[in-house]
Design a protein around this ligand. Structure first.
Ligand SMILES: Nc1ncnc2c1ncn2[C@@H]1O[C@H](COP(=O)(O)OP(=O)(O)O)[C@@H](O)[C@H]1O
Ligand SMILES: N[C@@H](CC(=O)OP(=O)(O)O)C(=O)O
Length: 807
């Protein structure tokens, strides 16, 4: 005998029901089956709503009744094209619902008992409907109302099962019934007075487990919409994957502490009878799913991670606690009398901390205060202290496998990600480790812990891009083109965007292809709001991309680092301002262990900074850095040939986009100074911009011109001077290069004429070149050369930094 349970999602629509029929069909009558069915999709929620709205005199309950009717009639129409006469029996139940809710509306009374009658309709209808469908396959099938088999007490809403009576009834029924398939509604049962009761929300699993245990079934199969019990809730952790094998105890912990797939009481009857449970996916039946039993198998040290949201911590504390006799016994007696489930427990000499469901707090707070009223009056204890809006996150593992290491990793991961830990505790069984955190951190905590315990790099990255100018646009274009690899494989997603006017966010990830439309629909841009929103979204592995040239944006980095958010920037301002600020940023990023990558600050996408870091980190010593770091100046001097004026050449460079809109920014040399300064600092030297020696080649009058046009005018007055520079170099067989140099603690930038013996002589177009003469690369210095400017290569440099951050 097999017992199969199909959850609400497995009978949620006609396609799903057909899918279930196929699963049963493939069973091929090899095994006798008891098939337990839940209510269609969200029917139970809607039924509860009907009752509550009617009770509150809100006519909207009729709308929900209609919704339920439409939902079921649509399924019937799709599954039974030639209308069937069983519809009348379903309509009868729906009419009952209407009459029942009408009377609740009039008398304004809704007891738990009445609510159970209402909720029972979901399973009664779905199981009957399913029974009619399975009959069409020609299988000998019967439908049996579980109310006649499962007996409970009268605790309506979550009744306690009378196991002995129920087992007897179940065994008797199946002994006299010969049909190979029996379809039964889950979730419902009856009291000794034959009133409908329910087994608690999610209780269909429990119905199936009771039937499986009574019949000593060979297996209990729970069919749902995911491929087994996963390492974490797959709605929160995209990387979660099914756990192949679980011990009963681990499954209890996982489900008790938040994994919704299995209703926790389910496990007790089947554990007692040592019946294996198989959790399978209705929509992907060939997948293995999760097997729960006690058979030895290979296990990771951590099995899964669960999270319970909306928990409340209550603290009983006082310096008199050590003198109070039996205080623990008294406390637990209160808890057990009030039937409060404690999900977190930690003690110290003077205090006890308990984690319970938010809904139970008022009741238990008063009871504990009453129990200890004398001690509170004598000031041995404080009245119970309540803290709300908390979550309990639990790593479930095997105690034999280094739980102390697991707890250390858990603590480090949470704190490194800036997640406040209210408390941390081993659970009594020593098979798991729980942390109390803020509700607002639960998603991030679950993701980072999953990453630590289960994932190998690359890790998913959540991006926030500031500045959609030339570089920002190209970056989004690259991400869109590389979508399959970046988004699907590496799970790099853009979550927020802004330009100087608007900002736009999407928690599920922005469709980068339509960034323009999205941004247009965004809110007015305010830098502090953009940063606030990134903090509020509180996503794991968040990275801020600075594709602006704004000083204000550069000033936000430290605020991002302290919240665990990394920065990737092509904006040179932050690292070329004061050394103190540069050092501070590096220090904060290192302290919070967040990426701070600035490869594109020098030479766009060329690996100039990463190579320098690699050399230094591997113990090499830098003797000399020599570089041409301005693509625009290089372009200008390469194109400043006989027969052309200097101003014409600069205009052409500007027209082709090689210079800034104001070419003086390039020609003044300040940009190159900033670049060499960044390299110097990366070498560990505490240099300031003012310490870089500079020999300007642009006459001061040109630099000081009021605007770009008058700059060009002034420039043309100096054609003789530029012509002379060119001719002098040419006559000596040399070329003009605007070079930056760092040697023996000194840095300078200047226009130099170099001969063919110099490695920079052949530098073409707007290329950059850098030479590192180091202890290891002494005779033959290391040279990096290539396109060192432009949106295309800068964006691809940023993208490489993003990919690096994901590793
Ligand atoms: N650790 C976990 N593993 C698998 N699913 C989980 C886990 N935690 C939460 N879930 C959620 O539980 C859902 C299945 O439970 P439920 O909705 O009650 O299914 P059914 O309708 O089949 O009874 C899944 O869709 C998944 O979103
Ligand atoms: N329909 C009930 C019982 C149940 O177990 O449903 P599901 O199998 O869909 O979780 C509920 O929603 O609580």
């Amino acid at each position: 005998m097999k017992v199969l349970k199909f959850g609400g999602t497995s009978v949620g629509n006609p396609h799903a029901i057909e899918q279930v029929c196929d699963i049963i069909k493939n069973n091929n009558l090899q095994d006798r089956c008891a098939i337990i069915v839940s209510a269609v999709g969200n029917t139970t929620d809607m039924l509860v709503k009907c009752g509550q709205l009617a009770y509150h005199k809100n006519e909207k309950y009729r709308y929900f009744i209609e919704e339920i009717e439409i939902q079921h009639l649509n399924i019937i129409r799709a599954l039974f094209p030639s209308q069937s006469n069983f519809i009348s029996s379903i309509k009868k139940r729906l009419n009952f619902l209407e009459i029942f809710c009408d009377s609740i509306f009039h008398v304004m009374e809704l007891s738990k008992r009445s609510l159970d009658r209402i909720m029972s309709l979901g399973e009664l209808i779905s199981s009957y409907l399913f029974y009619e469908k399975i009959k069409e396959y020609g299988f000998k099938t019967i439908w049996k109302d579980s109310q006649e088999l499962i007996v409970t007490d009268e605790r309506y809403g979550c009744a306690q099962v009378d196991i002995i009576k129920s087992y007897k009834k179940i065994q008797y029924f199946f002994s006299i019934e010969s049909a190979p398939y029996a379809i039964l509604p889950g979730f419902i049962a009856s009291s000794p007075r034959k009133e409908v009761t329910t087994l608690g929300r999610g209780g269909s699993d429990y119905s199936a487990a009771i039937i499986a245990a009574a019949l000593k079934a060979e297996v209990l199969e729970i069919w749902t919409d995911v491929s087994g019990i996963m390492t974490a809730d797959p709605r929160i952790v995209l990387q979660a994957f099914p756990i192949e094998n679980l011990f009963y105890e681990e499954a209890i912990e996982l489900s008790n502490l938040g994994a919704k797939v299995i209703y926790p009481p389910t496990l007790h009857p089947v554990i007692e009878k040592q019946i294996p449970i198989l959790v399978k996916n209705t929509f992907s039946p060939s997948e293995k799913g999760t097997r729960i039993n006690n058979a030895p198998c290979f296990k990771h040290s951590v099995t899964g991670i669960s999270v319970k949201k909306n928990m409340t911590m209550i603290t009983l504390k006082g310096i008199g606690m050590i003198n109070i006799l039996n205080y623990l016994k008294r406390l637990f007696t209160v808890l057990s009398r009030e039937k409060i489930q404690v999900l977190f427990f930690s003690t110290s000499e003077h205090s006890i901390l308990l984690g319970i469901e938010e809904s139970e707090v008022m009741q238990i707070k008063n009871s504990i205060n009453n129990e200890f009223s004398q001690e509170i009056d004598k000031k041995y204890l404080f009245p119970v202290l309540v803290e709300q809006d908390l979550s309990i996150i639990t790593v479930i593992g095997d105690k034999t496998k280094n739980m102390h290491r697991t707890s250390a990793r858990m603590f480090i991961t949470l704190s490194k990600n800036n997640i406040y830990i209210r408390d941390l505790a081993y659970n009594v069984s020593k098979k798991n480790m729980s942390a109390v955190i803020k509700n607002s951190d639960f998603k991030k905590a679950l993701n980072v812990l999953h990453e630590t315990f289960f994932e190998i790099p690359p890790k998913p990255i959540n991006l926030f891009v500031a500045g959609i100018g030339k570089v920002g646009r190209k970056l989004l274009e690259h991400i869109s083109i590389q979508k399959t690899y970046l988004i699907k494989e590496l799970q790099i997603q853009v979550m927020g965007l802004c330009n100087s006017k608007t900002m736009y966010f999407e928690e599920q990830g922005i469709d980068v292809k339509n960034w323009k439309k999205n941004l247009e629909s965004g809110n007015r841009m305010r830098l502090h709001r953009f940063i606030e929103k990134i903090h509020l979204m509180n996503m794991h592995n968040s990275i801020f991309i600075d594709a602006t040239d704004s000083q204000d944006v550069a000033r936000t980095y430290d605020k991002l680092f302290v919240k665990g958010i990394g920065v990737i920037t092509c904006n040179k301002i932050a690292c070329s301002s004061s050394y103190k600020d540069y050092k501070n940023l590096k220090k904060i990023a290192r302290y919070f262990k967040v990426p701070f990558f600035l490869e594109t600050n020098v030479g766009a996408g060329l690996p100039i900074i990463s190579t320098l870091n690699d050399l230094l980190n591997s113990g090499d010593k830098i003797h000399l850095i020599e570089a041409v770091l301005s693509g625009s100046i290089n372009f200008i001097f390469n194109h400043f040939k006989s027969g052309r004026t200097f101003s014409e050449t600069v205009r052409e460079a500007q027209k082709r986009g090689y210079t800034e809109p104001d070419p003086r920014i390039d020609l003044s040399g300040i940009d190159v100074m900033r670049k060499i300064l960044i390299l110097v600092r990366e070498c560990g030297d505490s240099m300031e911009l003012s310490q870089i020696r500079q020999k300007p080649f642009l006459p001061e009058e040109c630099v000081k011109a009021n605007n770009v046009e008058s700059f060009y005018e002034k420039l043309s007055q100096y054609e003789n001077y530029f012509g002379r520079l060119r001719e002098e170099a040419k006559n000596k067989g040399k070329k003009l290069r605007f070079m930056a140099k760092y040697e023996k603690g000194n840095a300078n930038v200047e226009l130099k004429s170099i001969g063919p013996e110099h490695p920079f002589y052949q530098l073409e177009g707007d290329d950059n070149i850098i030479l590192y003469k180091t202890q290891r690369y002494y005779e033959q210095p290391l040279i990096i050369k290539g396109a060192g400017a432009g949106a295309e290569v800068t964006a691809s440099g940023i993208l490489s930094d993003i990919i690096k951050a994901s590793r």
